[in-house]
Design a protein. Structure first.
Length: 233
């Protein structure tokens, strides 16, 4: 399992701007779900963007440490990062095609028919079985509800079998029923997998976190409201 260490991260969206992140540090515990909370604008999405190598920090860095050694993510190619760290955004990117094609055209070996491998098929089969979707794979993705699209996006992320799974407000715009189905998928997908979850839904937080570092003002707020844990910690 991979340890992720974020150290003294400073990120600015453009020269002369106030940093979106100013000296943020945290460690993701291998195999655990960590939830990141904070008010809108605190920099949560920015942190996820750095983790996905979509944005480079001005200083500080993110180190991945595993059995094979340790590397700063800036020394890895975006593709290499993508195979290890991938996630769900609030609005999943969906091709105007069937559900089947949305699954077929995604993932690490999408361009290679030969490589649309046994492993990949097994991952998909497991997911299709979970969702009960085998009869629906021919449906146009544009006609499917937001919650089902998030489930689809999760299936695509899992084709990478990422060591780190990032979840950015995964249940944001969903009704209760679909949110429940998605949560059940997420519980399964994150079990034993290093996960960073951004959410402000308490229900999602309750179900899906093993620890809560907070950034921005939320840290103080959370500590102010802190209730004793049952185990007294
Ligand atoms: P959160 O996800 O916690 O709401 P963000 O990371 O989206 O916070 O935003 C942190 C700060 O960075 C905010 O002030 C926001 O306006 C700014 N910001 C985020 N993305 C961009 C961008 N692409 N360009 C310019 N400013 C941005
Ligand atoms: P510290 O008190 O040094 O921040 P803790 O391990 O006690 O370290 O807490 C780690 C994080 O978890 C803190 O950011 C804290 O706000 C949050 N936290 C701790 N206990 C609770 C709780 N009962 N409910 C919600 N958040 C909590």
């Amino acid at each position: 399992p991979l340890t992720v260490e974020v150290r003294d991260l400073v990120v600015r969206h453009g020269e002369g701007r106030v940093p979106a992140l100013d000296g943020v540090g945290l460690t993701l515990t291998p195999g655990k779900r960590t939830a990141l909370v904070g008010p809108s604008g605190a920099g949560k999405s920015t942190l996820l963007a750095v983790l996905m190598r979509l944005v480079d920090p001005e200083s500080g860095g993110i180190r991945l440490t595993g059995p094979g050694g340790s590397a700063d993510i800036r020394d890895l190619t975006p593709e290499a990062v993508r195979e290890r760290i991938t996630g769900l955004t609030q609005d999943p990117y969906i091709f105007q095609a069937t559900l089947r094609d949305n699954l077929r055209l995604a993932g690490p070996d999408a361009d290679d028919e030969e490589l649309q491998s046994a492993v990949r098929r097994a991952r998909l089969d497991r997911w299709v079985e979970r969702t009960g979707w085998d009869a629906r794979l021919g449906e146009d993705a544009r006609t499917v509800s937001g919650g089902q699209l998030q489930r689809l996006a999760l299936a695509r992320a899992l084709l990478y079998d990422p060591e780190i799974l990032l979840l950015d407000e995964p249940a944001e715009a969903l009704d209760e029923t679909t949110a429940d189905a998605l949560m059940s998928d997420l519980l399964d997908a994150t079990h034993g997998r290093t996960t960073l979850l951004v959410t402000h839904r308490l229900r999602v937080l309750d179900l899906l976190h093993d620890g809560v570092p907070a950034i921005g003002h939320a840290r103080r707020r959370l500590q102010g409201r802190r209730r004793p844990r049952p185990d007294g910690r």
